[in-house]
Ligand binder design. Structure first.
Ligand SMILES: Nc1ncnc2c1ncn2[C@@H]1O[C@H](COP(=O)(O)OP(=O)(O)OP(=O)(O)O)[C@@H](O)[C@H]1O
Length: 345
């Protein structure tokens, strides 16, 4: 295995079946004569019933990666390299080479999406029931079966199915809408659900309740989640494996418990320090500076202008590769050297 084709199945418990595999994915946007590489060489592997969380500040490429997996990138985007494979009922499908019609059928059936703002998941002039019916119709699921399943799912996310079914989206609270969006994503029993900032804009208690509901659903159905968030509390609640992204690249990949207990990449460390801690009295310490413009990345390690460990070698040359050591993969030669010999690439 190459260092930059990191397989998170090798990092944790005994491997179970892989439902989503992303290999060295690169995505570019073309804006006039300007090219922005939003995702570079991203690899990840998601197993059945598990959760991988992509964390990083706004603009680091998380949503672009999610849209690429779903085949929902805008027309201005291209994928010059990489592979995305999903398990479609026991068949491994290459999402980048299937015809559009098949892609539309794979979406929802095998990989579903809960968008960042649950209000954008719904048509404001349609009652919730119509949303379930339309999704069922589009995928030739019988109406009776769809209504029965929707009712079960709405109950499973702790809602009153009858009340919600007849409501318009604006009549529901943000937390309720988010639960409905999750139930809708589950309608066709997909193997994978992509959760884009699953609790953004909810108050803390509602956030907690939605996260618990997601975990319950995973426990009862075996669904896998790929969640993307800038919120480490969300990552800590959901993740089995964590991928820290900075400027379009994975900079640390490992089991969530290890990464959160002892982050190794200076950027992951900075993210953790920037979180207020409930247990300790240490004040949150924001990372200085800002993420770079993706249209104008600094040479060397893109994090070097904000990094206290940066040395001259970090300021030029190519971006550092991910290297396996201490049970995970980290793209920082300074930390790798300090930790001793790596486990090879
Ligand atoms: N449609 C687009 N056209 C051109 N550039 C885009 C487009 N969408 C995103 N980008 C650029 O790609 C980069 C990554 O954006 P992306 O939305 O994937 O990041 P993100 O980490 O998900 O951020 P956020 O949490 O704010 O959504 C950014 O520099 C962004 O400006």
């Amino acid at each position: 295995m190459t260092a930059d084709a990191i397989d998170t199945t090798a990092l944790g418990d005994p491997p179970t079946s892989v439902v989503l595999e992303v290999e060295r994915l690169t995505v570019r946007y073309q804006e006039g004569d300007r090219t922005v590489e939003a995702v570079t060489d991203l690899s990840l592997s998601l197993r059945r019933g598990r959760t991988v969380v992509l964390i990083g500040e706004s603009g680091c490429g998380k949503t672009t990666a999610a849209l690429a997996i779903l085949g929902m990138l805008p027309q201005t985007a291209t994928i010059p390299s990489g592979r995305i494979r999903i398990d479609a009922g026991g068949r491994s499908v290459d999402m980048l080479s299937v015809p559009d019609a098949e892609l539309r059928s794979l979406r929802w059936n095998h990989v579903a999406y809960v968008p960042q703002s649950s209000i954008s998941a719904f048509n404001p002039i349609q009652r919730i029931g119509q949303h379930f019916r339309q999704t069922a119709d589009a995928h030739r699921m019988a109406r009776g079966a769809a209504e029965a399943r929707a009712s079960e799912l709405l109950a499973a996310v702790h809602l009153d199915p009858h009340r919600v079914w007849h409501s318009y989206p604006h009549e529901l609270s943000g937390g309720t809408r988010q639960r409905v969006a999750i139930a809708l994503a589950m309608l066709l029993d997909p193997a994978v659900i992509i959760l884009d900032e699953p609790t953004t804009a909810l108050d803390v208690l509602t956030q907690d309740a939605v996260l618990r509901t997601l975990l319950e659903l995973q426990e009862s159905t075996g669904v896998s989640y790929l969640a993307i968030t800038h919120d480490l509390a969300v990552a800590a609640a959901l993740a089995d494996d964590l991928v820290t992204m900075y400027a379009g690249r994975a900079v640390e990949v490992g089991q969530a418990a290890d990464v959160l207990a002892e982050p190794l990449h200076p950027y992951t460390r900075g993210l953790l320090r920037s979180m207020p801690s409930v247990d300790s009295h240490a004040a949150a310490e924001p990372i200085g500076g800002y993420p770079p413009s993706m249209a104008n990345l600094p040479p060397g390690c893109a994090f070097h202008p904000r990094c206290a460990l940066a040395e001259q070698s970090c300021r030029s040359g190519p971006s550092p590769d991910l290297v396996r050591f201490a049970g995970r993969s980290v793209a920082c030669p300074i930390v790798a050297t300090a930790q001793g010999p790596g486990e090879g690439r």
